[in-house]
Design a protein. Structure first.
Length: 301
């Protein structure tokens, strides 16, 4: 038997989209190179297309009824489970954030910890948001008048782009509040740093999150976002990363496309890289994609 020792080859990870609870390759069959902050090759990511975006919307729409019908308490349990699973893969995500965004290992680990805490924070809000978004209304008549919040439906999200933790912490900060309130989402991941987003899909798939509640597509934002903005089965649009991805003109064009189908729109910050995602998130995003249902009921004698 030969004693020769052969150098082994690393098993490089093949990143895939996350759509409908599964991991398909892009419909195009194409990939693009993802590099680190120094321009060195990290991995190949699937190059998502308009067809991939439409497939993701279809999956998100199919999941709306079940997810919106889940009790708020149960949704909180599911979000907490995401935090647990992300904690178990903390080192992997810290490495991806560090390489993708050029931050040091300690800073990357702190950003991952903040992302884990963000899931826990929104998990605690699932059964409490109705108390600040609804209530009994005073009316002049023998009626009870009650307002309760309900999810908007399918939300298209242009994720924050890379820069100081945006690729994970910023991503979690826009996904978690939308699904905490019963919506489903289709996310256009940060084109220049998609690896944390695609790995997050693997966490979600093992975290009791029903298939289709979160769908993540990597690729050129200019290819994916217009499909989400104009799609008639998308009810709302979060343009947080639109200016950083393609400029103010592209963000305005997406908002105009969304207006054609009367979507609710969250506009991006004019200087998206000035936004500090480590700050306390507040409740604005929780309330962004809620509709109010008001019920009148006669009082008993």
């Amino acid at each position: 038997m030969s004693d020769t020792i052969f150098a082994r080859l690393d098993v490089l990870k093949t990143y895939k989209l996350y759509v409908g609870g599964k991991f398909p390759r892009s419909e195009s069959g194409r990939v693009y190179e993802v590099t680190d902050s120094k321009g060195e090759w990290l991995a190949n990511a699937p190059l998502g297309t308009r067809k991939d975006a439409r497939d993701a919307v279809l999956a998100a729409r199919a999941a709306v009824k079940g997810w919106a019908g889940t009790t708020a308490y149960n949704r909180g349990q599911v979000l907490y489970r995401v935090a647990e699973m992300l904690q178990g893969r903390r080192e992997q995500f810290a490495a991806e954030v560090s390489l993708s965004e050029g931050v040091g290992p300690k800073k990357a680990a702190a950003l991952v910890d903040a992302a884990i805490d963000r899931w826990v924070w929104y998990a605690g809000w699932t059964d409490k948001v109705a108390q600040i978004a609804g209530g009994a209304n005073p009316v002049a008549g023998p009626y009870f008048n009650l307002s309760t919040p309900e999810p908007t439906g399918v939300v298209g999200i242009v994720a924050p782009q890379a820069g100081y933790g945006h690729s994970l912490l910023g991503l979690v900060s826009v996904i978690a509040p939308a699904i905490a309130t019963g919506n489903t989402v289709v996310v256009a991941a940060a084109a220049d740093a998609p690896l944390p987003a695609l790995s997050l899909g693997e966490v979600l798939a093992t975290s009791d999150v029903p298939g289709g509640v979160v769908n993540i597509i990597s690729g050129r934002t200019a290819d994916i976002a217009p499909t989400l903005a104009s799609h008639q089965d998308v009810n709302a649009l979060d343009l947080t990363g639109a200016i950083a991805a393609d400029g103010p003109g592209a963000a305005a064009a997406l908002e105009a496309a969304a207006a054609d189908t009367l979507k609710r729109v969250v506009r991006p910050e004019l200087d998206p890289f000035a936004q500090d995602w480590t700050n306390a998130p507040g409740t604005d995003r929780l309330l962004s994609f809620l509709e109010t249902k008001t019920v009148w009921h006669p009082m008993g004698i």
